[in-house]
Design a protein around this ligand. Structure first.
Ligand SMILES: C[S@@+](CC[C@H](N)C(=O)[O-])C[C@H]1O[C@@H](n2cnc3c(N)ncnc32)[C@H](O)[C@@H]1O
Length: 297
């Protein structure tokens, strides 16, 4: 039985991603972002009876739940707690030199956002951790305490495309002289105060971009994606597909460039695939999803 949380996480662009990967019996695939296992389950189903999947995630809780959900596939599924940036090393450790398709669906799962307890959501009051892999790296609270005003402004501006980045950084630095900024509610309120009312966006929460920016910085998301994109093409067998679902323009820009410039890849579609109205109505998170696909020559 699916729990409330699992039922609530809807895999984005599921049919499009499957059409892109075209899983088949006997194939070997990688899902770099297992999450709650929606895409993985579909890859395994469509590659029945003997297709195999190697799935990575760096979040222990996601792995625990996905492992339970997908246990019925038995030995067809190998799960690893790894950063997908380490795909080349991880596959080499398994003795795998080529696979028939690789998918990544980057960003956060609804489990992390709503039940993570790690300060990903501005709608909750939780400690500002924001690490998806809690084994290593600096928490968001530690970053907010140690970065200079300029560094903070750059993070908010470049990773969040937040126009009020300088002002927010200034207020943050003023605030932390008196009280450390350690909870998601505290940060959300501080951002709301820092941005003049007339600049509050009409459709999204005023702190959305700052939270996104911090999460990207804490998890090194762009660096991980860049390493992955540099290594993944060489791991594909001829005819193998690389499918990447990105959620904001910085990521999508990296993907677009990598697929265009890598000599061993041919783009399957020129424009990214997006969710239709019906999917967006069912799952608002799909609104910003962009799927790009290339094939190994
Ligand atoms: C959007 S969810 C994936 C949802 C999944 N496709 C599904 O259908 O359930 C993204 C997942 O990727 C994981 N993730 C993000 N960046 C990662 C990285 N660099 N290495 C490994 N896992 C990562 C997150 O922990 C999260 O569980």
């Amino acid at each position: 039985m699916a729990t409330q949380t699992e039922a609530a996480h809807v895999s984005v662009l599921l049919n499009e991603a499957m059409a892109a990967l075209a899983p088949r019996a006997g194939g070997l695939y990688v899902d770099g972002t297992l999450g709650l296992g929606g895409h993985s389950e579909e890859i395994l189903r469509r590659s029945s009876p003997d297709g195999r999947l190697i799935a990575f995630d760096w979040d222990a809780e996601a792995l625990r739940r996905a492992r339970e959900r997908l246990a019925y596939f038995g030995e067809r599924l190998t799960i690893m707690r790894r950063n997908f940036a380490e795909i080349a090393v991880a596959l080499a450790e398994l003795g795998v030199s080529g696979v028939d398709g690789i998918l990544v669906d980057i960003g956060m799962s609804s489990l992390q956002l709503e039940h993570g307890g790690r300060g990903f959501s501005f709608q909750r009051d939780e400690p500002l951790d924001m690490r998806m892999d809690t084994r290593r790296g600096q928490t968001a609270a530690a970053l907010l305490a140690s970065a200079t005003e300029n560094e903070l402004a750059d993070i908010f501006f470049y990773y969040g495309e937040e126009r009020q980045a300088r002002r927010i950084a200034e207020i943050l630095v003023e605030t932390r002289k008196k009280t450390p900024v350690q909870s998601s509610r505290q940060l959300a309120e501080l951002v709301a105060r820092a941005i003049p009312r007339r600049f509050h966006p009409p459709k999204i929460h005023v702190a959305t971009k700052v939270f996104q920016a911090l999460r990207i910085a804490v998890n090194g998301e762009l660096e991980n994606l860049a390493s992955f994109l540099a290594d993944a093409p060489a791991l594909l067998n001829p005819g193998g597909r690389l499918a990447v679902i990105a959620f904001h323009s910085l990521e999508d820009g990296l993907v677009k460039r990598a697929l265009k410039t890598n000599q061993s890849l041919a783009e399957k579609i020129k424009r990214p695939m997006c969710a239709g109205d019906e999917e967006i109505a069912r799952n608002p998170r799909a609104r910003s999803a962009r799927l790009r696909v290339a094939e190994k020559i």
